[in-house]
Write a protein that binds this ligand. Structure first.
Ligand SMILES: Cc1cc2nc3c(=O)[nH]c(=O)nc-3n(C[C@H](O)[C@H](O)[C@H](O)COP(=O)(O)O)c2cc1C
Length: 265
């Protein structure tokens, strides 16, 4: 393995996954490249060689890889390219997401070598895991990055990347989206930031008050990016969701790292 380039690839509507993915990629190689899959723009097919490493990150939606992220990852092709998988989740659970990410990347020609699951602020219920990844998480992710770099050095000399065993089940759990609607308040001044930022072009090009609920994936990007804080989910609805999540989300979960087995070259 003679690594020439490390690329951080991510789908990250509210930025948590970007942070985690880049912290890890930066430890493997300070001059890493970036491929951001979040915007709703047309992209070519991307090809990576066996002499590169990709660090690929997605958020967890309903214990799965978001459908939009999966579609975009299917335009990326490896040639036995080693891959580090990263998921961020809102301190509830990541369920089948890492396994699904591994399956997608394997089908695309990558060799999953390590996987990280990192708790982060829940971007719908922001009172869950507020401010995470925090300093403790970031230090842990930096350490993971170092450990991954050392493992790649070992694999480079005498050994090879073997099987990566991850938690999760096939068939993956069902996820049909969350039944939440984003409301637009009177402070909207038509700046159109939300239209530009929406990862799935769900907001009308002419009127930001109109959202196509069939297209909207409730990724919370428009809510986060709105300079006027005009976009919100109804407070009572959020309170009910929070109540439902309370039992599973209240204990602090920690970032996890799993390596593929090492096999003799
Ligand atoms: C539609 C949706 C579904 C989510 N489902 C889960 C989930 O199943 N488990 C969990 O712990 N967090 C869940 N979250 C929280 C996100 O995974 C978490 O906030 C993530 O870090 C967001 O990543 P981003 O900032 O890169 O967009 C969900 C968030 C959204 C928007």
């Amino acid at each position: 393995m003679n690594i020439k380039q490390v690329t951080s690839i991510y789908f990250s509507p509210t930025g948590n996954t970007k942070i985690a993915t880049e912290l890890i990629a930066g430890q493997i190689c300070a001059g890493f490249a970036c491929l951001d899959l979040t915007d709703a723009k047309k992209r070519p097919e991307y090809h990576f060689t066996e002499n590169e490493i990709v660090v690929a990150g997605v958020p967890v939606y309903g214990g799965r890889v978001p459908k939009t992220a999966a579609e975009r990852l299917r335009k990326i092709h490896g040639r036995q390219t080693p891959a580090v998988l990263v998921v961020t989740y809102g301190n509830r659970a990541y369920e089948d997401a890492l396994l699904e990410l591994k399956d997608i990347l394997s089908e695309q020609g990558f060799r999953p070598a390590a996987a990280v699951a990192a708790p982060a602020e829940h971007n719908i219920i922001r009172s869950i895991a507020t401010g995470r990844p925090d300093t403790q998480d970031k230090n842990r992710l930096l350490r993971f990055g170092q450990e991954i770099k050392e493992k790649f050095a070992l694999w480079k000399s005498n050994y090879q990347v073997g099987q990566l065993d991850l938690p999760g089940n096939r068939p993956y759990r069902e996820y049909a989206g969350v039944p939440l609607k984003i409301k637009v308040g009177a402070s909207c001044n038509d700046c159109k930031t939300c239209i530009r930022k929406c990862p799935v072009q769900a907001i009308s090009r002419t009127d930001p008050r109109v959202t196509d609920t069939q297209r909207c994936i409730v990724c919370m990007r428009c809510v986060k990016e709105c300079p006027e804080k005009a976009r919100k989910i109804n407070k009572l609805v959020l309170l009910a969701v929070r109540q439902g999540l309370k039992a599973t989300c209240s204990n602090r979960k920690e970032p996890e790292l799993v390596f593929a087995r090492t096999k003799e070259a």
